[in-house]
Design a protein around this ligand. Structure first.
Ligand SMILES: [Zn+2]
Length: 126
């Protein structure tokens, strides 16, 4: 597993390689430098992948955390004044799915599961 120490080591290696590359013209040294640069490229690609994976994990955790902080009232979930969110989707699938008013018939409908929250009270101004 890569860490910040690895990133720091890779960056300082790149710095010293850059300094060396400016002064050499001998074929052998050039070959060695190319090998080291390729190695560093591989490590940086691995780090890039890991950062992407960590960002995905972080997004998922933030999503779960935001679900835990929601308040259940009048048959639906609310995040402060933001909402309402579908109780079936929040409780069943851990999805932050909005409930909207169907403009044709006035029913409350989840934008994800298309269900209507049972027993939910229509929010004021709807
Ligand atoms: Zn739903």
């Amino acid at each position: 597993v890569a860490d910040l120490g690895t990133v720091g080591a890779a960056l300082s290696s790149l710095k010293s390689l850059f300094a060396i590359a400016k002064t050499v013209s001998v074929g052998e040294i050039r070959t060695e430098l190319q090998a080291q640069i390729l190695d560093l490229q591989e490590r940086l690609l691995a780090l890039q992948e890991e950062i992407g994976s960590l960002k995905d994990d972080n997004r998922a955790l933030e999503e779960r955390l935001s679900l835990r902080e929601m308040e259940y009232r009048d048959g639906m979930y609310w995040d402060g004044d933001d909402g309402p969110f579908c109780p079936a989707c929040v409780d069943g699938s851990s999805i932050r799915a909005r409930v909207a008013k169907n403009s044709a018939n006035g029913f409350l409908v989840c934008e994800v599961c298309k269900g209507s929250p049972v027993g939910a009270t229509r929010p004021k101004d709807w």
